[in-house]
Design a protein around this ligand. Sequence first.
Ligand code: SF4
Length: 720
Amino acid sequence: MTQETRSTCPYCGVGCGVIIESDGAQITGVRGDPDHPANFGKLCSKGSTLHLTAAAAVTQQVRLLHPMRREHRGERATRVSWDQALGFATETFAQVIRADGPDAVGFYISGQLLTEDYYVFNKLAKGLIGTNNIDTNSRLCMSSAVAGYKMTLGADAPPSCYDDVNHAGCIFIAGSNAAWAHPVLFRRIEEARAANPAMKIVCCDPRRTDTADIADLFLAIQPGTDVMLFHGMLHVMLWEGWVRHDWIGRHTSGFDELKATVRDCTPDSVAQVCGIRKEDLLEAARLFATSPATLSLYCQGLNQSTSGTAKNAALINLHLATAQIGRPGAGPFSLTGQPNAMGGREVGGLANLLSAHRDLANPQHRAEVAALWGVPSVPEKPGKTAVEMFQAAADGEIKALWIACTNPAQSMPDQATVRRALERAEFVVVQEAFLTTATCDYADLLLPATTWGEKTGTVTNSERRISRVRPAVPPPGSTRHDWAIAVDFARRLERKLRPGIATLFPYSTTAPEAGVEAVWNEHRESTRGRDLDITGMSYALLEKAPLQWPMRSGEAQGKLRLYEDGIFPTPDGKARFANVTYRPVAEPRESRFPFSLTTGRLRDQWHGMSRTGTLGRLFGHVAEPSVQMNPQDMQRRGLAEGDLVHLTSKRGSIVVPVQGTEQVGLSQAFMAMHWGGEYLGGLSNTGQPLAGVNALTTSAFCPTSKQPELKHAAVKILKA
Ligand code: SF4
């Protein structure tokens, strides 16, 4: 008999509600939830095929269903019991911690984990083991947005909401191909413009994407020049008198310093650096400043950069200078790439954060979290962020790695270093739902986790909305929920490290619905009095409808948009202009590497394709990997459509077919991030699966957010 279960799509940060149809242990269908405010029933090609990928994962036997242990690297892993697996993990971690200290271990987790999973892992590392070496693939996704918000508005809180799309007079899209990466939100933009033909859309991106195609004004900027563009727009706004000095005086600080910085960003110089027409710069400034309400939407083009924080802050500066914030349709709005990067930030699941948007560097915040957890202290020493963690493992400093729900052997930049790290680490645990990820090949221990359709917990989408994730079918094989695996391991480890002391993890793993709610309740309590206070929410309320934070105790609903009163969460209540300066990309193109390689997503694939790659129809849009170039560049180099080329950076080389497109500018190239070794021709000379485009990308990162510059590398392209 068919059952229906309300849940949430596990792909992008739009966070669409879904209704899962199931029959016994089989997921048989999926449709959009008409009552979910993120999508009102709509789903994109990825979301609407979730049931098919779930079925394909079973028939293609790509699920990891039982704990597996590899006695020696390079050998086949063999099945072990959960007791043996967690016993082995506990012994090994305890041994490393005793011999080399808590900072000799590291946890690398994921923006695709649920908030409860994240919370337990964070407490395990910082509360029990005493290391801040816990970071996540959200570092590759959102950490520049976090730093940009904190630097300017005082808290990591996206002030806008999806409803703002319907009220905007101008939508400014920067570094985001929302048409492919956030399709359901993009449909909302198209519908809003159809309803309001006066709405203007401005898009800035090095590539003429499908998103750029709907723009009234498209600025094809040179890669990495966003800060220069935004400063140039502010220069024009000042010159033309479009800046709101009255509002700035009441609600902000630091404008005079920024004014001095942008004085030199004249339209001529900005047009030259950004590679755009001066007239287009002037028009962009006019549309942004004079629209009744301007909403900016931005994503990895701003975040994945060595200037990631500066780019975010420079765009927010424009909102502050023109008072385009805190009103319907007006505000900066970072789009989250992953389904729960927001939830991870909320529980402090990054190496520099603590629960409920607290900062590790703040002694009072550390003391508050220690008191909440009932531990003597939280370690002060900053943890290793993603790039630093793998570098430390490659250097032999981190000896044991626990990787959950992510595939760093494909998704991290500079794969040579990452793979060296995975080889050198003495012990690698991979907690995964899919057996096919490249990282599984490096694991000493594989722990099978539940996935979409089986999991229970919560996620938060880009507009601060918390939704329930519910199980429609029982966990297959011996799979267990991510948070429950972490709890069982933590309890075993605390018996070794803190014998005789009451457990820090009093959540039932045998009654998972009660256990997961207990974890969430503890997280909720940690938010009391914080900017993301959710003490007015409960699982019972979330059962009825998804809710936006903050929602304090006694409040009937959450906040649609923030800062409507013009008061910001800073010591003086004022937003702060960020006096940031333009810096070029870490690796400018030069004579030996004359092309700028940018990376991005395809419409129908997700991350390393462990789920979407199981379904033939999702290859109908783009069937195989390629590097895209401008046809003029191909002609100059004697390349024809489909020719195989060596695509080479200072760090590595891959062979792919070339494809000509006017979407890519001169001296630029583009390759999608999804294609891993299995799509690029099997094994390397050393017998390892080949890496995808991240064999080429650089691990240079933003000094503030530590987010690496996945969006740009200098490459050469030679016929193979
Ligand atoms: Fe899922 Fe994002 Fe598509 Fe919505 S837009 S269905 S959340 S992938």
